[in-house]
Design a protein around this ligand. Sequence first.
Ligand SMILES: [Zn+2]
Length: 65
Amino acid sequence: MARTRLACRECHHINGPDSQSCDHCGSSSLTEDWAGYVVITHPEESEIAVEMNVTEPGGYALKVR
Ligand SMILES: [Zn+2]
């Protein structure tokens, strides 16, 4: 069974299940409690990316609790 990956509460970046801190922003505020995986390839052209303040391409959680 795949283990739950960890979403960053600060930037919503999705990190590996064993991550201690966010690969993207360095925050240690990671949670398994997230929903809605989105891959953003062109942040500058994406309304979702603008709404989420995403500037780097990658995988992100739509909702982080
Ligand atoms: Zn982060």
